[in-house]
Design a binder for this molecule. Structure first.
Ligand SMILES: Cc1cc2nc3c(=O)[nH]c(=O)nc-3n(C[C@H](O)[C@H](O)[C@H](O)COP(=O)(O)O)c2cc1C
Length: 201
């Protein structure tokens, strides 16, 4: 007979599942091995096509229900977020067998205090990326036909290309896989706060 690991404390506890979801997201930026360190970001482009790519999660704030990542304001994703005002994030952690999906309004911060604090906290290596020319996604005549600031270059010149994106979660979906029975739950945020329910997996 196969021995099963004990079920997690959140298994049949909706509030504890909500807490676990935010705990994992909150830990994501600090824990490199946590799947929520590098979630997939989904947007919809001008043709209505879904677009998805990896980003580094910089902060998840359980109290505010927000997530922050950084990108180049010249990038396709920045344009798509500016146009639609919406984004979704997804991660699956194989260790805990938990998938988290988050969606909601998203806002680009380019010149305000959020952007300044994010830029100030960024490492030199990260800042260098924002000095790439031509802009991300531009067709090149050869793979190396682009430039990036040299070591010691004035990275303040890259600052205008930097933006912090804050996604305000209004929908959450949590899926825990277990052979004894998967557990899925969803939450929506209304004026009175979060409302959650178990969902068929
Ligand atoms: C591990 C990893 C981490 C990444 N982190 C970011 C990030 O934090 N921000 C970002 O804009 N792009 C990041 N990228 C690059 C994007 O996935 C994407 O290739 C690029 O930004 C262009 O996307 P877009 O054309 O949809 O804007 C990362 C890629 C990988 C593989």
């Amino acid at each position: 007979m196969t021995a099963f690991a004990p079920l997690p404390a959140f298994y049949d506890d909706l509030d504890a599942s909500f807490f676990e979801l935010w705990r994992l997201l909150h830990e994501g930026p600090a824990l490199r091995r946590n799947a929520f360190h590098m979630p997939a970001l989904a947007t919809v482009d001008a043709d209505g096509h879904p677009q998805v790519r990896t980003v580094v999660l910089r902060e998840a704030d359980p109290a505010a229900g927000t997530l922050r990542f950084h990108c180049d304001r010249r990038s396709a994703k920045a344009g798509e977020i500016a146009a639609t005002g919406r984004a979704a994030l997804h991660g699956y952690d194989t260790a805990s067998k938990i998938q988290i999906r988050v969606s909601g309004p998203a806002r680009l911060h380019t010149d305000d205090a959020v952007a300044e604090a994010a830029w100030a906290a960024s490492r030199v290596m990260s800042r260098t990326c924002y000095g790439i020319a031509p802009a991300p996604g531009t067709a090149l005549p050869a793979g190396d036909a682009y430039t990036q600031p040299e070591d010691g270059a004035d990275l303040d010149l890259a600052r205008p290309n930097f933006c912090a994106v804050v996604v305000t979660a209004t929908r959450l979906d949590f899926l825990f896989l277990d052979r004894r029975g998967h557990r899925r739950a969803g939450w929506e945020r209304g004026a009175a706060g979060w409302t959650g329910a178990w969902l068929a997996p």
